[in-house]
Each structure stands twice: as structure tokens, then as C-alpha cells.
Design a binder for this molecule. Structure first.
Ligand SMILES: [Zn+2]
Length: 318
């Protein structure tokens, strides 16, 4: 069994001071398994596996940039009452803190999946940023640096499949009666993800341009398909690039004949648009799929991944 799973023997102990506590006790016989997920992709995976047998709450509301997440009292209460929490430890420090007051089983993707190590260049960029300002998010950024890992694993369909099967195991442990349902849904999810993976591999196999310039450093997991991603900002969209960094990206765009600077949905497009204008190339959206925004309402993980694939094949002449 995974060592990050906490023993359930002490689960469902009430969080002192919450009035919902007595309610939860009184209808405990009919209570369904409650899952909280730090942000959209984790919630999507959970919903696919949970089906009708468990309820899933996403802590990042639509349109909210999950790196900057702050919790409302209702969200803190949801974490306190959860049976299972899906997170990436260090990605959303506010969620980590709230979980210290909860008996939920924690399934942290950085414990169960082989996440990419952050390379030296990114760490350096983070250090510079730390000296630069004492903004409200500097503590969160610091926590993300200390993670030392790239959290954006959901852009790799194979890792999503692995996490789906981890979620099925966790739900089965909490709710053994529905174990077969969880396993069946995780297998269905895996099949859809294998299909997506082969679409990516086929479409990106013969790209004329191999380098992609993106807004923040979210896309390294797509490098397994033969592309190289260069980011304007660091691992978190709130990290500011240096003037030197922008100048070398402009040089790269000219040298490699790059056609497009990518913007994203939840973060400001200003820097991408400026870089594109200065180098005389176009812009297009590449979605890090960290959340659903007004513009992407009605889309889900799979449609957004396929939109990204279309945008990449167009920009890179694949
Ligand atoms: Zn990100």
C-alpha cells in the first residue's frame, strides 16, 4: 500500500469547531464518500472514477488560477470533512495547510507519480523572483520551488491514467462495496487516455518546427512527443521574466522560424502579445488545463487536450 495513505482507523473524526460536524455524524449511515480535489484536472480525474458512487468537490472555482488559490471558510470546511483529498503537495500551500486539520486520506500526485524534476534554469529563475518582491504570492511561489518538481503532470495522458488508477484504489479502500465500479471506470478512463496519447504521438511525429514558446512553464510533460518548450514565465504564471530572458526568446523565435507565441486562458496574455508583436509573429492559445474559464466553459480535459494538439500542429507545421 502506498505510504502516503493515512490510516483510516481514525478517519471521520470531527474537526472541532465546525457545526457541520454533528450533521455528518447523524446521517453517517447514508453518507457518500466525499472527495476534495485541489484543482480542475485532479477533480476531473476523480469525477471520471467516482461516477455516482462518490461526490467530488473542486477547490479551485472556475476561472481561478490554481497556483494562487486561497481558501474560503466553506472550502476549508469541505477539506476538514473530506474522506479523500487529491492534491500535489507544495502546489497549493493553502490546501496543504488546511489538510493538517483534516483526517482525510491524502493522495498526493508527487508521492504516487514520477513527476519531472525542475531543471536548474527554472530554479534560478525562481530565486531571482524571490529577491524581486514581497508580493502576496511570494510565499506560495517559495513553496512551489521547494517542491523541486514540475506539478503539471496532467498534460501527460499516461500519468493521468496512472493517477486515475491510484484514485480507484483509494476510493476502493474507503468504500469497498463499490470497488468494482471504481476499477471499471478507471479502466475506461485509461482506454480513452491511451487513444489521446496515440493521437498526440502520431500528430506531432513530423513537426517542421520543434520549439514552442509558451506563457508559463507548464508544458514540459509534452516534450516526450518530440517538442521543446520555452516559457516566458517560470513554473508559476506569476513569476516575472527577466529582460535578458525575453531578448533570448526573441532571438530564438527569429532563428528557428517560430510562427506563434502561445498565450493561455487563466493568466494575462500581455507578455506573450508583446513578444509576438516585437518579433512579428502571431499568437494562439495553448491551455495548461489548470482550470476551466469562461472562455472554455463546456469543454473538458479531453476537448482541451485536443484543442491544444490542433494549435500545436498548426503552429509547428506538423
Ligand atoms: Zn502552472
Amino acid at each position: 500500500m502506498n505510504p502516503s495513505f493515512r490510516s483510516l482507523a481514525i478517519a471521520l473524526t470531527c474537526f472541532v469547531g465546525l457545526t457541520a460536524c454533528s450533521q455528518a455524524q447523524s446521517d453517517s449511515e447514508t453518507t457518500t464518500t466525499e472527495v476534495v480535489a485541489g484543482f480542475y484536472p485532479l477533480a476531473y480525474i476523480a469525477e471520471q472514477v467516482a461516477g455516482e458512487d462518490a461526490s467530488v468537490t473542486s477547490l479551485a472555482t472556475p476561472g481561478q488560477e490554481p497556483h494562487d488559490l486561497e481558501l474560503s471558510l466553506t472550502q476549508t470546511a469541505a477539506i476538514a470533512e473530506a474522506d479523500l483529498a487529491l492534491i500535489i503537495h507544495g502546489f497549493q500551500p493553502a490546501v496543504d495547510d488546511a489538510l493538517e486539520q483534516s483526517e482525510a486520506m491524502v493522495l498526493s500526485a508527487d508521492k504516487t507519480l514520477p513527476l519531472r524534476k525542475v531543471d536548474a534554469e527554472d530554479e534560478h529563475q525562481g530565486e531571482e523572483d524571490e529577491h524581486e518582491s514581497e508580493s502576496a504570492t511570494s510565499e506560495e511561489e517559495h513553496a512551489e520551488e521547494s517542491l523541486g518538481l514540475d506539478p503539471h503532470f496532467w498534460l501527460d495522458p499516461n500519468l493521468v491514467a496512472d493517477y486515475g488508477s491510484d484514485v480507484a484504489s483509494a476510493l476502493s479502500e474507503l468504500d469497498p462495496e463499490n470497488a468494482a465500479n471504481y476499477k471499471e471506470r478507471a479502466t475506461e478512463l485509461q482506454q480513452k487516455l491511451e487513444q489521446l496519447d496515440s493521437e498526440y504521438a502520431e500528430s506531432l511525429a513530423g513537426c517542421e518546427i520543434k520549439t514552442v514558446v509558451v506563457s508559463h512553464n507548464a508544458f514540459a510533460y509534452l516534450e516526450s512527443y518530440g517538442l521543446r518548450f520555452e516559457a516566458i514565465a517560470g513554473l508559476s504564471p506569476t513569476e516575472e521574466p527577466s529582460p535578458d530572458g525575453l531578448a533570448s526568446l526573441a532571438k530564438l523565435i527569429r532563428e528557428e522560424g517560430i510562427t506563434t507565441v502561445f498565450t493561455e486562458t487563466l493568466a494575462s496574455p500581455d507578455l506573450s502579445e508583446t513578444l509576438a508583436r516585437d518579433t512579428g509573429v502571431g499568437t494562439a492559445v495553448l491551455d495548461p488545463i489548470e482550470g476551466i474559464s469562461d472562455e472554455t466553459a463546456g469543454s473538458d480535459y479531453f476537448t482541451l487536450m485536443r484543442d491544444n494538439l490542433t494549435a500545436l500542429t498548426q503552429a509547428n507545421s506538423c
